[in-house]
Design a protein around this ligand. Structure first.
Ligand code: F6P
Length: 306
C-alpha cells in the first residue's frame, strides 16, 4: 500500500502561505458537509428565489449556510459573496486577509436525477470584490460531488486534484493537470442559441463534422472537470436572446474556472474575445458568455462566433 499524499501536504510543498492553507482546509471541510447534505438531506424547493429570480432548492440554502459557517469560523475572511445571496457579507472587514466568492451548489437541480453537481470558489486578497479581476485571485477551486468527491485547486502554481477518502481526507489524485491545445471533446451549452445565432449553429456543426465527442451533462463543474480529466476539450455557453449577456456568473463560475484553465495551459474567453481573467467585477452577480478549454479550439471558436 502506498502512503497517500494529502491536500495540506501538497499546499505546503508548493509553498502556499500558511493562512491560505488554513482557509483552503476550512473550504475542504465545508465540502464534506455539503457532500453529506447531498446524500442524506431531503430534496425539494425552498419556496424562495435567489437574486437571479431562480427557484432555490432546500439544498442550495443548506449548502450556502454550510459554506458561510465554515468561512466565518476560519477567522481569516474579510468578506464573502455567495451566488445564493444578493449582497456580500462582511465577516471581519479589514481584519480579514481574504475575500471568498462561491457558488455553494452549482447545477443543484441535477441532484433530483442523481447527476453530478459541484461547488466553485475563488479567493481574493483583501477586502471585497468590486473592481478586482479574476487574475488577482490567490487561489480558485471546485469540488465535484459525483460517484467520488474530488477537490481541484490552484494557488497559481499548476492545477491539482484530490479525492475524498473514507477517512474524510482529501488525498492526491492527480497533479500537474494539463489541457492540450486542440480539443476533441465538446460541451455546447445553451444549444437553444442556435436558432437565433446561425454562427453558433455553424460552430456546433463543425465540431460534430470533425467527429468531436459530446460530453455535456448540464453541470458546469462536471463538464469542465471532464476537460481536465481527459486533457482536452471545449465548454461553451454563448449569449442568446434569452440570455443577452450569457447565463453563467463571472464571479462565482467563470472567473474561477478561467483561473484553473489557464493554470492547466488552456484558455477562457468571452464570445467577443476578451480574456475572462481580465474582466473587472462590476457587479457581484453579473453574467458573461464563456468559451473555455483547449487554447486553439477556443480561439478558433471565437473567430467563428464574432
Ligand atoms: O449555472 C448553473 C448551470 O447549471 C451550470 O452548471 C450549467 O453549465 C448551466 O447552468 C446549464 O444551463 P442550461 O440548463 O441552459 O444547459
Amino acid at each position: 500500500m502506498t502512503i497517500p499524499f494529502f491536500l495540506e501536504t501538497y499546499l505546503r510543498e508548493v509553498q502556499c502561505e500558511p493562512n491560505l492553507i488554513q482557509l483552503i482546509s476550512y473550504i475542504a471541510r465545508a465540502a464534506k458537509y455539503v457532500q453529506h447534505a447531498i446524500r442524506h438531506e431531503h430534496l425539494g424547493i425552498s419556496g424562495t428565489v435567489n437574486v437571479q429570480g431562480e427557484e432555490q432548492l432546500k439544498l442550495d440554502i443548506l449548502s450556502d449556510n454550510i459554506f458561510c459557517k465554515h468561512l466565518a469560523e476560519s477567522n481569516l475572511v474579510a468578506q464573502i459573496s455567495s451566488e445564493e445571496q444578493e449582497d456580500a457579507v462582511v465577516l471581519m472587514d479589514n481584519l480579514g486577509e481574504y475575500s471568498v466568492a462561491f457558488d455553494p451548489l452549482d447545477g443543484s437541480s441535477l441532484v433530483a436525477s442523481n447527476l453530478a453537481v459541484g461547488s466553485i470558489f475563488g479567493i481574493f486578497p483583501g477586502n471585497g470584490f468590486i473592481g478586482m479581476t479574476g487574475r488577482q485571485m490567490v487561489a480558485a477551486g471546485y469540488m465535484l460531488y459525483g460517484p467520488r468527491t474530488t477537490l481541484s485547486i490552484s494557488i497559481g502554481k499548476g492545477l491539482a486534484s484530490f479525492m475524498l477518502n473514507d477517512l474524510g481526507e482529501f488525498q492526491s489524485f492527480s497533479e500537474g493537470i494539463r489541457v492540450e491545445e486542440t480539443a476533441k471533446i465538446f460541451a455546447p451549452g445553451n444549444l437553444r442559441a442556435v436558432t437565433d445565432r446561425p454562427s453558433y449553429q455553424k460552430l456546433v456543426t463543425k465540431w460534430s463534422d470533425e467527429k468531436f465527442t459530446l460530453r455535456y451533462s448540464g453541470g458546469m463543474v462536471p463538464d469542465i472537470n471532464t476537460i481536465f480529466c481527459k486533457g482536452n476539450g471545449i465548454f461553451a455557453y454563448p449569449s442568446s436572446e434569452k440570455y443577452p449577456k450569457g447565463k453563467l456568473r463571472l464571479l462565482y463560475e467563470c472567473a474561477p474556472f478561467a483561473f484553473l484553465m489557464e493554470q492547466a495551459g488552456g484558455l477562457a474567453k468571452t464570445e467577443t474575445g476578451e480574456d475572462i481573467l481580465d474582466l473587472p467585477i462590476q457587479d457581484l452577480h453579473e453574467r458573461t458568455s464563456i468559451l473555455v478549454g483547449s487554447k486553439k479550439t477556443v480561439e478558433d471558436a471565437i473567430n467563428m462566433l464574432k
